[in-house]
Design a protein around this ligand. Structure first.
Ligand SMILES: [Fe+2]
Length: 311
């Protein structure tokens, strides 16, 4: 990995190839991405009432804060308008709506100074999404809802694009995760006992790259890219959105970033929806990515209540 493309004008296919080679893309805000951020902002403002969302952590007991997020995040994730906004973004960025699948957007929060770093506001250690059963052709889209700086965004660790790291992704099965661990994120206020794959040897955290873009700007990267939450020392809570896409042709061809160190099982592919009609990835295509662990849990996370958190 050696390049950050800024507002690249090339084809979407060429962009995917570059992403699979570990390059990063950063885009200026566009009408569709700003619309999603604006919608998220409306929900956030409503949830925090008279408090400033970026500063609310300083006025609320952590239990109360986590309870607000536990209501807010599923509302955003599951809202039909969030899906509509993603469909518009993906189209505006040149993806073929009949061949591109997306999953529902997550709203992430990174509180400052270690106020809440577990469960519902997890501070992500360095990881690849492909340790979490993402397909090798997964592309991640990340955008800030409020302004970010170098000290509370997302970081990439480029030397690990080619170098494997010892990690415990072998213990992670997506179906087991759906069944046993996914529903309880908001309960973990002090520590996080969930089996989240992580490096099992020291990570050389430097050199790292921290792209900074305006509200509604997009940072795009391969799911196989090693990335982490920047430890937030900004004095403000960071609110961001991320979602993922996969291309149907690449799924069939089993194209994508090389797998250098992931050993998890199961696949998250059944979560993805086609941009054109919200249909699922066809089962014969999913079957190409199956590994025989389908009986270990739930193939898709089905929350007990419609508004439960899906992450
Ligand atoms: Fe991630």
């Amino acid at each position: 990995m050696n390049t950050i493309y800024f507002d690249a004008a090339g084809s979407e296919e060429a962009r995917r190839q570059c992403l699979y080679e570990g390059q990063l893309f950063v885009f200026s805000p566009r009408p569709s991405s700003l619309a999603l951020c604006q919608f998220a902002d409306e929900l956030i403002q409503e949830a925090f009432g008279s408090l400033s969302p970026e500063k609310a952590q300083y006025s609320l007991p952590v239990e109360e804060y986590a309870a607000i997020l536990a209501k807010l995040k599923p509302m955003f994730i599951n809202h039909p308008k969030s899906k509509e906004c993603i469909q518009a973004i993906v189209k505006e960025f040149g993806c073929d709506p009949r061949k591109t699948y997306f999953d529902v957007p997550r709203m992430r929060t990174s509180t400052s100074d270690g106020y809440l770093t577990t469960g519902i506001a997890y501070a992500w250690h360095p990881h690849r999404d492909t340790w979490y059963s993402a397909p090798q052709c997964q592309i991640n889209w990340w955008m800030p809802i409020y302004g970010i700086d170098s000290n509370h965004g997302v970081a990439f660790h480029p030397r690990y694009w080619k170098d494997p790291i010892k990690n415990d992704s072998k213990k992670y099965n997506y179906y087991q995760w759906n069944k046993e661990f996914r529903p309880n994120a908001s309960k973990h206020l002090k520590e996080d006992p969930r089996p989240l794959p992580r490096p099992t040897e020291p990570v050389e955290i430097e050199p790292q790259i921290r792209p900074v873009c305006p509200v509604g700007g997009i940072i795009m990267f391969a799911g196989a890219q090693l990335h982490s939450s920047v430890p937030n020392s900004s004095g403000k809570t960071r609110f961001s959105i991320d979602f993922r896409t996969v291309n149907g042709d690449d799924l069939v061809a089993k194209a994508g970033a090389p797998n250098i160190d992931s050993a998890c099982t199961g696949t998250s592919l059944r979560d993805f929806l086609r941009v054109s009609d919200l249909s699922r990835v066809p089962e014969d295509v999913v079957a190409l990515h199956s590994d025989g662990t389908e009986t270990m849990g739930d193939l898709i996370y089905r929350p007990s209540t419609p508004n439960a958190l899906s992450d």
